[in-house]
Design a binder for this molecule. Structure first.
Ligand code: MN
Length: 302
């Protein structure tokens, strides 16, 4: 069965420590386990000090059949940053996007060929994965978005052409990629905003898509929690309420949300494994044996 691992963000030495803790051993440069495989949930690059090591470990495990890996928004953003269409980059090169990508650009400076081979590899990463016992996606499992991706993509993967299409705002494919890789957001009532972990002004909150936000405050619905928004009640336009991941569904695994504190599951079938290794937090894994009800005892972290 699978050991799910959340956002690594270039913390390759922590990844090695976590793999050893999970009982994987390195043979001929590749980590493997006699009975188990890793399922990597995306966001391998950016921020941390060992991005190349991280990519090397993940890719070699996938290529030798010891792991599966899906795409995170950072790999998607990297492809968009590096791809030109009609004279412009799909992801504009401005101080904000360069800043987010800085560690990767810096660590691969002078290693263009090696980085290009990883960019090519990013195209092989599916945007989501559906198994008979679990669902996995980088940020948000929403059946409408997943169905759009299923019908638009070949084998749930992007091609060069689909990457270009996926950047066209207002299309179903763009919406679906945004939801699956970056999660769902709620707009704050006019006049309200906050500053995120990078000091960026935000007028939308990321919210817990596995709970109904109706009847909550923005602070309660937000992930991670935003206590300063606890006095404002969520206002939803009728009809805009997106689905809530049903309690009776098979477990869903994802990362993306920069959770704080000791790693734990969110609900018995909802497991976010991003515990902010890139913000002095933890790199977390869930040892999954096919159970329908998840259990905090199965979480391992460094
Ligand atoms: Mn992410």
């Amino acid at each position: 069965m699978y050991d799910f691992i959340g956002d690594i963000h270039g913390y390759g030495l922590h990844l090695e420590a976590l793999l050893l803790k999970l009982g994987y051993e390195r043979y001929n440069g590749v980590y493997k386990h006699p009975e188990r495989k890793v399922f990597f949930l995306g966001d391998y690059i950016d921020r941390g000090p060992e991005i190349e090591l991280t990519l090397k470990i993940v890719r070699s495990m996938v290529e030798e059949g010891h792991a599966l890996a899906i795409m995170g928004n950072h790999e998607y953003n990297a492809l968009c940053f590096e791809t030109k269409h009609e004279g412009a980059y799909l992801r504009p090169h401005n101080p904000g996007t360069i800043n987010q990508y800085q560690a990767t650009l810096h660590q691969f400076a002078g290693k263009k060929d090696s980085y290009q081979s990883y960019l090519n590899w990013f195209y092989t990463l599916p945007l989501f994965y559906e198994d008979s016992t679990f669902n996995a996606v980088h940020a948000c499992w929403d059946s409408k978005a997943i169905n759009v991706l299923k019908s638009a993509l070949n084998d749930n993967r992007l091609s060069h052409g689909k990457l270009i299409n996926s950047c066209q705002k207002g299309t179903a494919l763009n919406d679906a990629v945004e939801v699956a890789l970056k999660g769902k957001e709620l707009e704050l009532p006019s006049g309200h905003h906050f500053f995120d972990k990078d000091g960026k002004k935000r007028q939308h909150i990321r919210f817990k898509w596995w709970e109904n936000p109706a009847g909550k405050t923005y602070g309660e619905a937000a992930i991670p929690n935003q206590a300063h928004l606890n006095h404002i009640n969520v206002q939803l336009d009728p009809g805009t309420l997106s689905e809530v991941y049903p309690v009776a569904h098979k477990p869903v695994f994802f990362g993306h949300y920069w959770l704080k504190g000791e790693p734990m599951i969110q609900k018995s079938n909802v497991c976010c494994l991003d515990f902010s290794i890139a913000k002095k937090g933890y790199l977390a894994a869930y040892r999954f044996d096919g159970e329908g009800l998840l259990d905090n005892q199965q979480i391992v972290y460094v």
